[in-house]
Design a protein around this ligand. Structure first.
Ligand code: UDP
Ligand code: MG
Length: 315
């Protein structure tokens, strides 16, 4: 019988683990789907991992792991995929903002032969205005940069074992799961879902962390910002031609004394362009540096007893 693995990134989610585990197991048993739930605690500072242990004791289909520190949601997704033994994997938030009712639909589509089932948001749920604006801008920029419509996409998706193995085989350190499944291709379809409200706890994202996430993902998926440097260079050249002619004309007409304002402005503009360009290039060098070091994406410090193999300390 085919098995479904559900991967649930959990960072400081002590209030959600027991409830989510119950809701999902009830649902899956109702639909007679053979399953495992994999909670990956992202170096939580609260009782998340002991809640996972409790859930695993109550239900042998529940597995879990704890990171040695907070590595971010991307890392938890990849750790979960690594631990999963199912023929298909679903990644979903453990706060149940991704409605579990969609799971049977995804499963049915997978049985029809689809290899990737993307969850698409039909609404973004109740989020603060600042969050909506920053998330909106983030997706606009991202969609432009990686040439895919990211606005409605999310981390809620089902992947066939083949796709999981492709993703696990990637050597890159800075991954962007949401876009990687588009990149990987395969026979893909979508299901729509309404983003639910969080029952317990609060969102882990601040505007600042979202911005960092945006920059890191944009640069891990696109080299377009580097071309911005070229564009700035061309703008500078254009300016210098115009101003160069003006300066020469003034010199020839013997009126070349004034013009301090122009000099100051030029120094400021060109200085600004150079600094920004260096910043962009520096950012990419930093990314190369990180990738070259080849450190693991995450470090697992503990796993529940039912996890097979020696996975502790690896990533
Ligand atoms: N998460 C994580 N590591 C982090 C931040 C978040 O594993 O550093 C998990 C979190 O536990 C949740 C999911 O990622 O299951 C989505 O986070 P959250 O609900 O805070 O984001 P939102 O739904 O508000 O976008
Ligand atoms: Mg959430």
């Amino acid at each position: 019988m085919a098995k479904l693995s559900i991967i649930l990134p959990s960072y400081n989610e002590e209030q959600n683990i027991a409830n989510t585990s119950n809701v999902l197991s009830t649902l899956l048993e109702e639909h007679q789907i053979d399953y495992e739930l994999i909670f990956v605690s992202d170096g939580s500072k609260d009782a998340t991992y002991s809640e996972i242990l409790k859930a695993a004791e109550a239900n042998p289909n529940v597995k879990g792991a704890e990171f040695s520190r907070n590595f971010g949601k991307e890392a938890t997704i990849f750790a979960g995929l690594q631990l999963a033994v199912g023929d298909a994997c679903i990644v979903m938030d453990c706060d149940l903002q991704h409605p579990p009712t969609v799971i049977p639909q995804m499963w049915a589509l997978w049985q029809e032969g689809y290899e990737v089932v993307e969850g698409v948001k039909s609404s973004r749920g109740k989020e603060s205005l600042a969050y909506k604006l920053s998330a909106g801008l983030f997706y606009k920029i991202m969609s432009k940069l990686i040439k895919m419509d990211m606005n409605a996409s999310s981390d809620y998706k089902l992947l066939d074992r083949k796709v999981v193995d492709v993703l696990l085989g990637l050597k890159e350190h800075n991954t962007f799961f949401r876009a990687l499944t588009f990149w990987a291709g395969f026979h893909t379809t979508t299901v729509e879902y309404e983003v639910q409200e969080r029952l317990y706890g609060e969102s882990k994202w601040s505007v600042l962390s979202l911005m960092k996430y945006a920059i890191s993902n944009a640069t891990s998926f696109s080299t377009l910002p580097l071309q911005l440097v070229t564009v700035m260079g061309m703008v500078s050249v254009l300016f210098s031609v115009v101003l160069g002619i003006q300066t020469l004309v003034k010199y020839l007409l013997d009126t070349a004394v004034e013009g301090f304002t122009t000099v100051i402005l030029l120094i400021l503009i060109i200085g600004g362009f150079i600094m920004i360009s260096l910043g962009i290039i520096g950012h990419y060098i930093a990314r190369i540096y990180e990738e070259v070091k080849g450190r693991p994406k995450y470090i697992i410090s503990k796993v529940t007893e039912n996890v097979q193999g020696n996975i502790v300390g690896r990533g």
